[in-house]
Ligand binder design. Structure first.
Ligand code: NAD
Length: 255
């Protein structure tokens, strides 16, 4: 074990499934202690048990990232337990295909809910986490965008896309504001990743074949593909990397 995050404390949201769970496992394998925030109690318990079973240190907090009191309790509870904060990985997000569509078809409350989780949730986590990063003398913020924020998609999910696009701007603002505090802020844009978020689509062989035909590397991504990108950004190897957008999509956007 190379311990690329040895001694660090990393907060990861949406830790119960998919990319968040994989990041908890990989970060812990590399020596980080994990503060796991997740809305789904059972999924959180499973991630905590998995990481502990693999010898990692992790504290789980049932948290809806769009609820300020819960976010505050999760961030403060985690920092109280591990004594500091080095990394904030804003991974939680929802892509509800039947709920969020074009601007003309999306009910106002659906728009508000998607924005509340995918954008306001990041704001709330940072509101409580950044003071701890400052107190720590620096750290790494990792936001999660999407390839859908970089190109227009033929099947619109306008609230999702808007939230992810706003995170690009927020990431750059954070990088500029907090560079002098040695806090870095970067954003990863995943391509199509095989997680519970894509389970319904991944179950359709024709959909998978169509998507894969547009991916030069010839496969959809796995959660670990993104976790390794996040591991790099979390580590001191990326100590001169801030305000960056890291595309991890098998070449999809390059076509
Ligand atoms: N899977 C993809 O193809 C893909 C592509 C581009 C971007 N992304 C982004 O990657 C990130 C991770 O997605 P994933 O594929 O692992 O999704 P996923 O649905 O498999 O996992 C997301 C996790 O976030 C949790 N979550 C949902 N709402 C929450 C809330 N309000 N508060 C706290 N936790 C909440 C879920 O319970 C789940 O554990 C998301 O931000 C997503 O938008 C995913």
């Amino acid at each position: 074990m190379s311990g690329r995050l040895e001694g660090k404390v990393a907060l990861i949201t949406g830790a119960g499934m998919g990319q968040g769970r994989e990041a908890c496992r990989l970060f812990a394998e590399h020596g980080a202690r994990i503060i796991a925030l997740e809305i789904d109690e059972k999924a959180l318990a499973d991630t905590v048990a998995l990481v502990k079973g693999e010898g990692g240190e992790i504290a789980g907090f049932v948290t809806d990232v769009s609820d300020e009191e819960q976010v505050k309790a999760g961030v403060e509870g985690g920092v109280a337990q591990f004594g500091k904060l080095d990394v904030v990985y804003n991974n939680a997000g929802v892509l509800w295909r039947d709920y969020d569509s074009s601007v003309v078809d999306t009910p106002r409350d659906h728009w508000d809910k998607v924005i509340a989780i995918n954008l306001t949730g990041v704001f709330l986590v940072l509101k409580y986490a950044v003071p701890h990063l400052k107190e720590n003398g620096g750290g790494s913020i990792i936001n999660v965008g999407s390839i859908s924020a970089l190109v227009g998609f033929s099947r619109p999910q306008d609230a999702y896309t808007s939230a992810k696009g706003a995170l690009i701007a927020l990431t750059k603002s954070l990088a500029v504001q907090y560079g002098p505090d040695h806090i870095r802020a970067n954003i990863i844009h995943p391509g199509i990743i095989d997680t519970p978020m894509q389970a319904r689509e991944m179950a359709k062989p024709e959909w998978v074949a169509d998507v894969v035909s547009s991916i030069p590397l010839g496969r959809v991504g796995q959660p670990r593909d993104i976790a390794y990108a996040a591991l790099y950004l979390a580590s001191d190897e990326a100590s001169w990397v801030t305000g960056a957008e890291l595309l991890v999509d098998g070449g999809f956007i390059a076509t």
